[in-house]
Design a protein around this ligand. Sequence first.
Ligand SMILES: [Zn+2]
Length: 239
Amino acid sequence: MQVELLKELVRTIAGKDTEAIVDILGSEKSVNEFKIAEKLKLTINQTRNILYKLYNQNIVSFTRKKDEKKGWYIYFWVLNPLKSLEKLLNFKNKELYDLEHQVKSKENKHFYICASDSLEFNEETAIHHDFICPECGQLLQLATFDKKIEELNARIKKVKKEIIIVDVELAKIKEIKQKELEKEIEKKKRLQKAKRARARKQRKKAKAAANPKKKSKKKKKSKSKKKKPEKKKPKKKRR
Ligand SMILES: [Zn+2]
């Protein structure tokens, strides 16, 4: 599991200081929601709020069990690795798109900046103000975004790497799932085969039990030959 990336995902969806949930639900066992609250040091309602946000995005799922003593349901939560990684991939692809868009816009558009108060203006606004800062009256300067573009490109490189990592992880999980599915199908086939064999055996047995001798067959025949009692014709009514 890509714990750090998943934490980033959880933080994005559920808000600040929620990422510890990835550690708590990290193992494949489902966890009692009261335990999750205890570990997060939050109230049960705060904890449920976080879990519902993640549940709405398919990142976690739950099972519930009835507490026989208290009579209410207790929820047990578990992380969905496949859905989480798919979500993460979407999220990273969107981030990449945004970053690339930012680079393009910084490369192709001219920006103007006021050196004294760091205000930024697009070309249209700068022309409108005759290249003079409306705040302090200083002459605006054509901004170079080389440093910013460099930063963005570094970030793009990082996100691309993360996408590859998630892709690999996703492929692994899908392969495991596929194998599990194939195993299950094989098992079903075997069970059905055994069931059919049993049914055949039983039919044979039943057949043997139904007509042990020919005598019974004869009796059956004679019985069938018997005439059915004819219906009596309704008597004519006297006039
Ligand atoms: Zn200014």
